[in-house]
Design a protein around this ligand. Structure first.
Ligand SMILES: Cc1cc2nc3c(=O)[nH]c(=O)nc-3n(C[C@H](O)[C@H](O)[C@H](O)COP(=O)(O)O)c2cc1C
Length: 328
């Protein structure tokens, strides 16, 4: 059967599922596994990543050019590091996202190279700007999402963006099971952009200890905070905080960012904790859907069951709610 949306048609994938770009976590191995599961896997390129990472992980993700994949960049970091865009163009991905800042300056070069362009938006104004910039996909990223995000919940944001723009809209933030995927597809989304549900997969580039933290966390264990960016002196625009698992560091510093910025010892502690894999101080970015991640499963299996189970669920619900007969 399969589910057909503008996303599956444009990307040539079996399922309307995109594996979110996640710096430090979604590298080539995870992206490839997502694509092998029937979705489109993306590589996350962080603001402090070296440009060499792009070619290396792209080769892994695409299995040396055999599979489609995507690359996720951060607009605010690209201005200072144009090399990241150059390496991205050379890697020939199917899709590139330019999020957290204006994608507009980069759209033409990407389109000229035959690459589809997406951007994550966190409110109506940024959705309109993205559509006007000529993007192929707009990703409505709710505050439930893991990693850097805005302040509007996924469901209100999705409804607002679907009502506002004419380009295909993909839903991000809080989708980790077939119920979530079925819900956003029924609402009109062209697909789902999922990160947190992949955080415990063995293909993730994170540490085993970080994956164990994900498995142990409940839906109430996250906080939207700037403390890790402040402590590292990373130039994230202030409107984007990051959703991470709460720990001793966030309990100590969240709400005291000015004091943290002046405390060089705290910055050093964080750097040391990251090296040592001490996640009572170091960060594990994760969304509210972390409470739904209970087992470590291969990413291809996560994606396949997400898609197949959502299809069954949609058929059953349509039959139950509307009396639409299920085809044999
Ligand atoms: C660990 C982690 C790292 C992330 N890194 C990036 C990134 O490098 N670039 C980006 O555009 N989005 C990044 N995000 C946000 C995701 O693209 C996506 O919006 C989010 O994972 C979707 O919500 P969910 O986590 O509830 O599935 C990250 C998310 C997580 C959980």
């Amino acid at each position: 059967m399969g589910m057909h949306t503008p996303l599956t048609a444009r990307l040539g994938v079996a399922m309307p599922i995109i594996g979110a770009p996640m710096a430090g976590v979604a590298h080539g191995a995870l992206a490839r596994a997502v694509t092998e599961g029937g979705g489109l896997g993306m590589i996350g390129v962080g603001s402090t990543d070296r440009a060499e990472l792009v070619a290396r992980e792209a080769s892994l993700a695409s299995d040396s050019g055999r599979l489609p994949f995507g690359i996720g960049l951060m607009a605010w970091a690209l201005d200072d590091c144009p090399e990241l865009l150059e390496r991205t163009l050379e890697a020939r991905p199917t899709l590139v996202s330019v999020s957290f800042g204006s994608p507009r300056p980069y759209v033409e070069a990407l389109h000229d190279a035959g690459i589809m362009v997406a951007s994550q938006v966190q409110d109506v104004a940024s959705a309109v700007a993205a559509a006007e910039a000529g993007l192929d996909l707009v990703v409505a990223q709710g505050t439930d999402a893991g990693g850097h995000t805005g302040t509007v919940g996924s469901l209100p944001l999705l409804q607002l963006v679907l009502d506002t723009v004419d380009v295909p809209v993909v839903a991000a933030g809080g989708i980790a099971t077939a119920r979530g995927l079925a819900a956003v597809l029924a609402a009109g989304a062209a697909g789902a952009w999922v990160g947190t549900c992949l955080l415990a997969c063995p293909e993730a580039a994170s540490t085993a200890e970080a994956r164990a933290k994900v498995l142990a966390a409940a839906e109430t264990d996250t906080v939207l905070t700037r403390v890790f960016d402040v402590a590292q002196g990373i130039g994230w625009p202030e409107e984007f905080a990051g959703r991470a698992l709460r720990n001793r560091f966030t309990d100590t510093w969240h709400g005291r960012e000015a004091a943290l910025a002046a405390d060089t010892a705290a910055g050093r502690q964080l750097a040391e904790a990251r090296k040592a894999g001490d996640y009572e101080t170091a960060y594990v970015y994760a969304g509210q859907a972390v409470g739904l991640v209970r087992r470590s499963r291969p990413a291809a299996e996560v994606v396949r069951s997400l898609g197949e189970d959502a299809e069954c669920l949609l058929r059953d619900r349509l039959e139950e709610l509307l009396g639409v007969a299920r085809p044999d």
